[in-house]
Design a protein around this ligand. Structure first.
Ligand code: ACO
Length: 432
């Protein structure tokens, strides 16, 4: 983005005839933006855009999405190439540092992450405070937020070194905490990380391994898991990432900031959708009932929506959904499973994509549509789906936070269109 804008946009108040020229800023790709930062000072108006449908909240060099074409790039690299030819550790390095690592850089990065995989032993006590049936996302919000109490040696948000150490700690410890949340819910002992395994394989080991048996995670499953992590690594300024940036803009510590991101991700309109897709497929139950549910989704008086369909930015296929669909086939083949939900999902997708309602509104399957089916086949309970999303997205959140902190723009403080009472006299209790 250039600092010296050559183009301007003239805005005129039709009532007063007052006008002002607003700079137009060009990014390296995608639509230009009209810089309204000085608008209030010049014309005395704020802009109004609840839901941020047309508002760029920051500049960022991490991730680019072209929603019309179904393109997703991280630091310029296509998600299809990263999923097929890279691995999650490389994608983490790429997001954090801006370039793909060389062989030596990759080895060092992997060993740094590995070095941080264990959590402080006192954290075990934290888990025991939760009910066994607690939702693992509730546990994640609590435990990740509490990490700052354990690692306050390096939480100076103004130090580049501390920011990087916190990033490494978060990327390394999220799988350990996620696996502990799972183990706690089934009453099994926590498994220590195994630093001889790769990131995804170690996570499978901590989740599905038991101390009484020695078992090796299946390398094909570990590769599928790794691919799922890549597909969820970052997605520019979505709700949880914006939450992370807003929380971080106050100077809050990175663990508190990531806990805020986890809370935002939890909702069914965002990361909770993969859990909701599976519940929806179970509720539909049989192909013969698909039309009934499609009709409900189209009814403006019914709040039901086809979960896993639609996206604020993609008005074409979500490129991640295509890869996820292929991965679902691979995983089910490997497991020798045939999940009737996969058949149901395929048929639902076919019917919806031929329906005028979905075609006109450009509603396509999103990344969550097939991910739940794969995760179920791998043995994860439904409540863990959003946890896995949070784990994989941690690198995106922390990279976005790091980018913001390297070039701070002050606290995020949106304005409002006030619709409440004007000033009115206070009435004492006996007179009300
Ligand atoms: N099923 C039925 N209708 C839908 C759906 C859906 N899944 N999604 C959008 N629509 C309709 C809306 O009712 C609206 O119709 P209208 O113009 O007649 O009023 C129109 O399409 C536009 O919808 P908006 O809500 O304005 O779209 P928005 O960009 O705000 O919402 C969202 C995007 C939240 C993802 C929405 O599509 C949705 O709720 N999808 C289901 C939940 C889901 O899968 N979320 C995961 C998103 S991906 C992620 O977070 C990783």
């Amino acid at each position: 983005m250039t600092d010296a804008p050559q183009k301007t946009f003239t805005l005129t108040n039709d009532q007063t005839g007052e006008s002002t020229k607003l700079p137009i800023l060009d990014g390296n790709d995608g639509p230009s933006v009209i810089d309204v930062r000085r608008l209030y000072g010049q014309l005395g108006h704020f802009t109004y855009d609840p839901g941020f449908r047309a508002t760029g909240s920051c500049d960022s060099a991490l991730t680019y999405i072209d929603g019309e074409q179904g393109i997703l790039l991280h630091r310029g690299y296509a998600i299809e190439d990263l999923a097929a030819r890279s691995d999650y550790m490389e994608v983490c390095y790429l997001l954090l540092h801006g370039e793909l690592p060389t062989g030596d850089q990759k080895t060092l990065f992997e060993s740094t992450i590995t070095h941080h995989t264990m959590v402080h032993d006192q954290i075990n006590n934290f888990f025991r405070g939760f009910r066994r049936d607690a939702h693992p996302m509730a546990i994640m919000c609590g435990v990740v937020g509490a990490l700052s109490a354990f690692y306050h040696d390096h939480t100076d948000v103004n130090s580049a070194e501390d920011r990087l150490i916190s990033a490494h700690r978060l990327i390394a410890k999220m799988p350990t905490i996620a696996a502990m949340a799972y183990k706690y819910s089934c009453g099994q002992p926590f498994m220590y990380p195994r630093n001889d395994l790769g990131y995804a394989a170690n996570f499978l080991h901590m989740t599905f391994g038991v101390p009484a048996e020695s078992s090796e995670p299946d390398p094909i499953l570990a590769r599928a898991m790794d691919k799922i992590f890549i597909l969820h690594a970052d997605h520019e300024q979505n709700a949880s990432t914006s939450t992370v940036r807003i929380a971080g803009s106050s100077g809050a510590n990175p663990y508190a900031v990531i806990a805020a991101g986890i809370a935002s991700l939890w909702g069914p309109a965002h990361g909770g959708a993969n859990e909701a897709v599976l519940s929806m497929l179970d509720e539909i139950g049989d192909k013969s009932r698909i039309n009934e549910f499609v009709k409900k989704a189209k009814d403006p008086d019914d709040s039901f929506r086809l979960m896993g369909f639609g996206h604020r930015v993609y008005k074409n296929f979500d490129p991640r959904a295509k890869i996820m669909k292929e991965t679902a086939d691979e995983v089910l083949d490997l497991m020798g499973m045939s999940d009737p939900r996969l058949e149901l999902a395929r048929e639902l997708e076919r019917i919806a994509l031929e329906d005028d309602y979905f075609v006109q509104r450009k509603l396509y399957p999103n990344v969550d549509f097939y991910s739940g089916i794969i995760l179920k086949a791998m043995g994860f309970p439904t409540e863990m789906f959003t946890v896995l999303f949070a784990m994989a997205r941690t690198v995106g959140w922390i990279s976005q936070w790091k980018e913001m902190m390297e070039n701070p723009d002050g606290i995020f403080r949106p304005r409002q269109l006030y619709t409440g009472h004007k000033h009115r006299p206070f009435v004492d209790l006996p007179k009300r």
